[in-house]
Design a protein around this ligand. Structure first.
Ligand SMILES: [Zn+2]
Length: 107
């Protein structure tokens, strides 16, 4: 569980942040909040987790923080490997990231 205000992490048995007295939220909820706050944008979409991981590693080597979102919906199970994997970076890094990914893909 994470405090949305001070971003401290607590165990599952804690419900209120002892510092801010804020109600704690789950890691997933925090991640969504964090993404919205920092204007993360999608720079690449793939169906291969190996490719997504490779791109993320390369971006991070260049000092660009990247995250992988696997948006395969468990409500609509699709046979085969048709999951949608999105790579997101901060808006200010997106131009550089797209350029780097272009180079990576065309190599
Ligand atoms: Zn707090």
């Amino acid at each position: 569980m994470i405090c949305p205000k001070c971003e401290n992490q607590y165990g599952n048995d804690v419900e209120i942040c002892p510092i801010c007295l804020q109600e704690l939220i789950s890691e997933e909820a925090f991640e969504l909040l964090f993404l919205r706050k920092n204007n993360w944008v999608v720079v690449y979409i793939t169906s291969e987790i190996i490719q997504a991981t490779m791109i993320k590693d390369n971006l991070e080597n260049e000092g660009i923080q990247a995250i992988i979102l696997n948006e395969q919906s468990s409500n609509f199970p699709i046979p085969g490997d048709l999951s949608v994997i999105k790579i997101k970076v901060r808006e200010e890094d997106s131009d550089k990231a797209i350029e780097l990914i272009d180079k990576m893909i065309n190599e």
